[in-house]
Design a protein around this ligand. Structure first.
Ligand code: PAF
Length: 254
């Protein structure tokens, strides 16, 4: 059975013990509702480290919409099976009150990349992400931490934060894992209705194939997507769309 820890001092003590024995610690922070995309992160960490810690914490401060936080899928029974199956050693399940013992008075603000793409429509989102990731990295003190490229903007911001703050951790990015029909794996896919799920793969197809961002936008809207943004940046095409109430993001190399 996977070891489950909720207490911050306890997980700190455990990972410190590993470091004192010169063992490497891999860390995969998540918000649960685990899928094959997370599995690939766990497997990579397990193959590269002596011990792998995963965390599940639905981080309230990164949700700019209270309903989105409330409806975020929570599937702990299935999550435990995925963690066991992939060989994760320890699951850290912190409590909001202990993590935010400062009532979120202290936060990490980035002033450039976090203001565009997802940052321009989800105010405060990346402040919440960077703050929780910094807290988790300080608690777990991993040798390496793993993040999926579906959230490429998030990965760039976390990597940038760790470099800017001279943190002792290597940030590793892992390729997007897709369903057979091309839809990027995401916990939010669980929230799509049957009909929305059928339309959803067109997001990736259009993002990849459209000749320009404006053409992509028109084609997506014609199919019933509500487009938040489609932008070419850093030799990638980034997109965020709504299908009904569900917000999907994706990116492709161009
Ligand atoms: O990508 C996620 O699941 C979250 O943004 C993260 C990195 C676990 C922080 O809450």
């Amino acid at each position: 059975m996977i070891k489950q820890i909720t207490n911050i001092d306890e997980i700190k003590y455990l990972t410190n013990t590993f470091h004192s024995k010169k063992k490497s610690v891999g860390f995969v922070p998540t918000m649960g509702a685990l899928h094959a995309g997370h599995e690939s992160l766990f497997k990579k960490s397990v193959s590269e480290n002596d011990i792998t810690v995963a965390s599940i914490f639905v981080n309230r401060t990164q949700f700019n919409d209270a309903d989105d936080y409330k409806n975020y899928p929570r599937t702990i029974e299935n999550d435990l099976q995925v963690l066991e199956k992939t060989g994760v050693d320890v699951l850290f399940l912190p409590k909001h009150e202990e993590i935010y013992n400062d009532d979120y008075r202290y936060r990490i603000v980035e002033n450039s990349l976090s203001k565009i793409l997802c940052g321009s429509s989800r105010l405060g989102h990346f402040e919440g992400v960077l703050t929780i990731v910094l807290k988790l990295l300080n608690i777990v003190s991993p040798t390496k931490a793993y993040f999926g490229e579906k959230d490429y903007q998030q990965y760039l911001l976390i990597d940038g934060m760790c470099k800017a703050l001279f943190m002792n951790v290597e940030i590793v990015s892992c390729a997007i894992i897709r369903e057979k029909d091309g839809l990027a794996m995401s916990s939010r896919n669980l929230l799509l209705t049957h009909d929305e799920r059928k339309i959803a793969p067109n997001f990736y197809k259009i993002l990849r194939n459209a000749e320009s961002t404006s053409l992509a936008k028109t084609q997506l809207e014609r199919l019933g997507f509500q487009v938040d943004y489609i932008e070419d940046l850093y030799r990638r095409r980034f997109g965020a769309v709504f299908l009904g109430k569900v917000r999907l993001i994706d990116n492709v190399q161009i």
